[in-house]
Structure formats: C-alpha cells, structure tokens
Design a protein around this ligand. Structure first.
Ligand SMILES: [Zn+2]
Length: 331
C-alpha cells in the first residue's frame, strides 16, 4: 500500500504557508514533492492557481511565481493557493506529455491513486487541492507552433448557471480574447473534474513558441484583473495592450471552424490573429516540398469570421489543423 497524497503544511493556518503537495511513489518512480504556496486571509473567495500542466507551456509557471511575490502585499481576504508546476517531469523535458508514461496530464483527470505517475499527480490535485477551492485558474499556453492571442478560455458547460458564471470570470481577465471553445477532445481534462464539482474553472492560453517579456506582462495583468474581479485584491482593472489592441472580445469556436491542410507541406499564413475575414478571403498557402511542379494550394476562409489561431511554424502533414476561426459568442 502506498501512502495517500497529502500536503506537508496546514493551509488552514492563517497567513502565508509554503510546503509541498506529496504525490506518492508507485511502480514507475519514487514520490514527487510539488511546491505549494498559500495565503489565507480568512473569509472570502477560495482560489486555486496552477501552472505547468503541459511541460512546454512555461508562461504559467513564471506568472505563478510572480503572483507569489506580490500577493502577500496585495491580498485583502479569502485564500489563494498557488501550485506553479503541476507536472515537473514534463516541464524538465519541455514536453507536453510526461516522458515517463507518455500521458497528457490534462487528459487523465481525476486521475488514479494506483496509476502511473501522471495519473497519480492528477489524483493528488483532485483529492487534496481541488476541494479547497471554489474557483480554479489553470495557466496554459497555446503551444510552441502557434500564434494565438492572450486568452481566457472555457468549454461549453451543460449547467447554464455555471456556464454564465464561468464566461463572466473569463471576461474579467480582460485579455484580448475570451473564448468558448467546443472541441471533441475534452475527456479527462482538469476543467471537467472541477466543473463536475460546481467550480468555476478558467483556462488561460497563450500563443507563440517563445516566452517573451511583453506577453508575460499581459498575462500577469490578466491574472491581476481576475483577482480584482474576485475581490481578493484591490485596484483598477484595465485591458492590457496587445499588438495595438486595447480591448477584449468574446468569441466561440467549434470543430467545424478548424481549417485543415489539404496536403503535406509548409503553411504560409496570409492573415494574423484577430483579423476579421470574409468568406473566400485568403487565410494561407500550403507549399509542398517534394516537387517544384506541384502547385502551392491557397486556403480560404469558409465564412465571415475572426481568425483565432494560426500555425506559425513546423512542416505539417495532410489534414492537420493550420488555422482556427471563430465568431462572436451568442449569449
Ligand atoms: Zn496546455
């Protein structure tokens, strides 16, 4: 019998606590100790902030560390728990999935106590930390081969009340984009486990293959705005500037909004994120690399929409998503 997942500190103690979430060992490796910060100021909202769910999305862990720095000065009530790195094994490898078992942490929730290491991390978070929060911010990035605007996202939620509260919370980040993202790969997501317990869960996403100072500043401002909206800190929320935009919009996207490459090759974007396009506008060009006599293929917008994400690097296989479009959310 392995021991149960647990915390090395009592987060109910008032004030700042620093300790670890202990993920028990198993057949594949010894126990893991994930650093946890908590600031308990009594009555008020109970927030959990996590980063490093995917190991090649590093803005989240950085912004989580910044939050830990300024929170003790700023927080006026409630409790904030911060776990900057959910999956250190993936972060060390700069890998989306855990190298040891090949699993995507964000597809194995709520996890298994007797599973492989990724499943044990999910189990520890679900059983030990999640019950301590009413609201969860999971800080992601969109991935290294995409351009994507700073966004607070959710998926469609069956409970309309929870859906409305979640969209309101996501909009409170005041990021350039608030997104309701319908896709067919949601089983095992952290979101689902939290929402099944009635919690408001917002997943922030960031694009680009590099971690840059400008983007980090926008990301941090978004988290600060959300904390102001929750009433955890005082201050004036405002839209950060992103590529000359200083406003936000709320959009929705569905699987049918994915533009897929008609052949293998190099994708050349002919639009930028947040561009408004009309039906038939050129979105990008697919250049085959195996023959100079093979024509490059133009890819067009299927309907009037707003460009959400554009593949910004790497050779693509045929039928791979190279762009996503969206339209204003109907509320
Ligand atoms: Zn992610």
């Amino acid at each position: 019998m392995s021991e149960a997942p647990h915390l090395t500190v009592d987060l109910d103690e008032p004030g700042v606590s620093r300790g670890h979430l202990v993920v028990p060992g198993g057949g594949d490796r010894a126990e893991l100790s994930l650093p946890v910060f908590s600031l308990n100021k009594g009555e008020g909202p109970r927030l959990l902030v996590t980063g490093g769910n995917h190991g090649n999305e590093l803005e989240g862990p950085i912004v989580a560390r910044r939050l830990i720095k300024w929170l003790p000065e700023a927080q006026t009530c409630g409790r904030v728990i911060v776990l900057p790195v959910l999956n250190p094994l993936a972060v060390e490898a700069w890998s989306r999935n855990t190298p040891l078992d090949g699993l995507n942490l964000n597809r194995v929730f709520p996890g298994r106590a007797d599973g492989s290491v990724t499943e044990r991390i999910a189990d520890a978070v679900s059983r030990v930390l999640l019950p301590m929060a009413d609201t969860v911010f999971d800080l992601h990035s969109f991935g290294p081969t995409w351009d994507f605007p700073p966004a607070a996202t959710t998926h469609p939620i069956t409970d309309p009340g929870l859906m409305a509260r979640t969209v309101r919370m996501a909009e409170a980040f005041k990021l350039p984009l608030t997104l309701v993202w319908q896709h067919n790969d949601t089983a095992g997501m952290f979101d689902i486990t939290a929402q099944n317990q009635g919690k408001v869960f917002v997943c922030t996403e960031f694009g680009g293959g590099t971690v840059g100072a400008d983007n980090l500043a926008i990301y941090e401002a978004g988290v600060r705005n959300a904390l102001i909206a929750l009433g955890l800190i005082e201050g004036e929320a405002e839209y950060p500037t992103f590529r000359q935009h200083k406003s936000g919009q709320t959009l929705e996207t569905r699987p049918a909004d994915e533009l897929k490459s008609p052949a293998a090759g190099i994708f050349e974007p002919r639009c930028s994120v947040l561009d408004e396009v009309k039906q038939g506008d050129l979105i990008g060009i697919l250049h085959p690399i195996d023959s100079l006599s093979a024509e490059s293929i133009n890819m067009h917008a299927p309907e009037t929409s707003i460009v959400l994400a554009v593949a910004s690097g790497a050779h693509v296989d045929a039928n791979k998503v190279v762009a996503l479009v969206a339209r204003p959310l109907k509320k």
